[in-house]
Write a protein that binds this ligand. Structure first.
Ligand code: NAI
Length: 511
């Protein structure tokens, strides 16, 4: 493939501008066209200001700013794209309009010019189907804001020549971005993987498990994420996220794992879109998120006796160890004494299921999430059944907060909050691997850079937390809820059965 020195960009909106900035800074000549000439002028103005700002902050030299600006050429006619070695389409997200543009481009560009779409949700194969030379058409999916989101998905349509994808990977690297390679499947990698947190988050809201701010705090402070699901949805805004949820769900033919919820549909219809409208899951005053004040830690019960259920070996061990450090002796009888707080430590089950299965006293039973560890300072999560009495909830809250660690108390939920969210995230990522949409390495790279998830990506996270335990959680959630959305991915099951890392590709393949 010829070295790409001139890049055409059609569509000078948010994405087109970002791609122009990246390419020009990397030394490429940029031809920028938009149906709306004002959009091109506005883009140049924005770019100039952006580069001045970067010079002011000492991030780039004034020479680079000057040269980058000189490299961007405003074009008033699509014919100007004739010179380009690559044309990136970043126009309105409509298949008919994109197809028409690609046909027009084919009339203008050289036969070896690569044509790519920045689409988030349309099929590359479907766009290419309108072209005379579909082999040169691929997806090049950047994220917003382009210069800061340092990952790009390179998507091979069914007819894309692999050398085209290779050239795009190389170009991305030369611009300082990390390219990942994906098959043409709905949501590609990042928007597909994002279903885990988004969809499970809105389902938690629908089930009324806990106030939004508590769920977000749990995801940050217990599971180590940068943001919880509602903070993330408020940031991306529901006019973007809700249609994406619907679109990916439909494109996978009503896959239960991706089923959206009326929770976001109503908010979307009501204009409570998130940060940008001043109200979403949170209210924003002067751009600042308003977080409700958590209830105070209740008074502890002196002389409280605690019985820890032995049903889950790891959970029992962790809970007992913590209680010892909190100075509470754990009662070692087979059955709980009549006056003790009962602590259960389920993996994937709700409190009610454990109470019912073991004939415990539901009024005195509280569940403790031990899956993420119970170190001091890491938020702890307690879960009540509908039978738990407030005095036992308060006694447990006071006890587990007695070393100054934050405690959230949530309603009964199969998989607490973070267990179910993380298990779902890992499961969805495993299924992306199972469908060969991308390699395990690229799934981890794409998700950690595109979504900012911790632990180097969802498959590595699954390995670190314990794939066997995550499988156990999913199976229990599946059993308790009956929801096929929790069925475990075959990728996950097989790697647990074989004792392999979730990042293991098959040693040999079908032929
Ligand atoms: P935008 O609305 O900011 O800009 C689109 C631009 O395309 C407008 O300036 C419009 O005048 C122009 N345009 C529309 N039809 C045209 C045509 N036929 N020929 C030439 N110009 C035309 O849109 P944005 O956000 O930049 O998105 C562009 C593409 O990138 C879409 O496919 C979108 O799905 C995708 N994308 C958007 C992301 C985002 O966060 N905004 C992230 C990743 C992908």
């Amino acid at each position: 493939m010829k070295k790409i020195e001139t890049i055409g960009i059609v569509g000078a909106g948010a994405m087109g501008r970002g791609i122009a900035q990246l390419a020009a800074q990397a030394g490429l000549e940029v031809l920028l066209f938009d149906l709306n000439a004002q959009a091109v002028a506005a883009a140049l103005d924005t770019l100039q200001k952006m580069w001045e700002k970067l010079v002011g902050k000492g991030k780039i030299t004034s020479e680079l700013a000057r040269d980058s600006l000189a490299r961007v050429k405003a074009c008033s006619d699509l014919k100007a794209m004739a010179k380009a070695g690559l044309v990136v389409e970043a126009i309105v997200e409509r298949l008919d309009v994109k197809r028409q543009l690609f046909q027009q481009l084919e009339e203008v560009v050289a036969p070896d010019c690569i044509l790519v779409s920045n689409t988030s949700s349309l099929s590359i194969t479907a766009i290419a189907a309108a072209c005379k030379l579909p082999a040169r058409v691929a997806g090049y999916h950047f994220f917003n804001p382009v210069p800061l989101m340092k990952v790009v998905e390179v998507i091979d349509g069914l007819r894309t020549d692999p050398a085209v994808g290779d050239a795009l990977m190389q170009l991305a690297r030369s611009m300082g971005h990390t390219p990942v390679r994906a098959k043409d499947m709905p949501g590609f990698i990042v928007n597909h993987a994002g279903r885990g947190m988004n969809v499970e988050g809105v389902l938690l809201a629908q089930e009324g498990i806990a106030p939004f701010y508590q769920v977000d705090a749990i995801m940050r402070e217990q599971a180590g994420f940068r943001m919880g699901p509602y903070e993330l949805l408020d940031l991306t805004a529901l006019d973007v996220s809700h249609p994406v949820m619907e679109s990916i769900y439909r494109q996978f033919y009503d896959e239960p794992r991706f089923r959206p919820s009326p929770v976001t549909a109503v908010r979307y219809a009501g204009g409570m879109l998130g940060r940008k409208t001043g109200e979403g899951f949170y209210r924003y005053v002067d751009g600042k998120k308003q977080v409700p004040v958590a209830p105070p830690v209740p008074e502890g019960q002196p002389g409280l006796r605690v019985w820890v259920a032995p049903y889950h070996c790891i959970g029992h061990k962790r809970a007992s160890a913590l209680l010892r450090t909190l100075g509470v002796g754990v009662i070692a009888t087979d059955a709980p004494p009549a006056d003790a707080l009962i602590v259960v430590t389920p993996y994937g089950e709700d409190t009610s299921t454990v109470v019912g299965e073991h004939q415990l006293d539901g009024e005195r039973t509280v569940a403790l999430d031990t899956f993420f560890g119970l170190e001091k300072g890491k938020r702890r999560v307690l879960m009540c059944s509908p039978a738990t009495l407030p005095q036992w909830r308060d006694a447990a809250h006071a006890l587990f907060a007695s070393d100054g660690t934050e405690v959230s108390v949530v309603n009964d939920s199969a998989g607490f909050v973070a267990q179910r969210m993380v298990a779902t995230i890992v499961n969805v990522a495993c299924d992306i691997a199972q469908q060969s949409i991308a390699t395990p390495e690229d799934i981890d790279k794409a998700v950690s850079l595109g979504l900012g998830y911790p632990s180097g990506g969802p498959l590595s996270m699954g390995d670190a937390l314990g794939a066997a335990q995550l499988l156990e959680i999913l199976r229990a959630m599946h059993k308790v809820t009956g929801g096929s959305r929790y069925r475990a991915s075959l990728w996950l099951q097989r790697r647990v059965q074989l004792g392999l890392s979730l990042r293991t590709e098959p040693a040999c393949v079908a032929r």
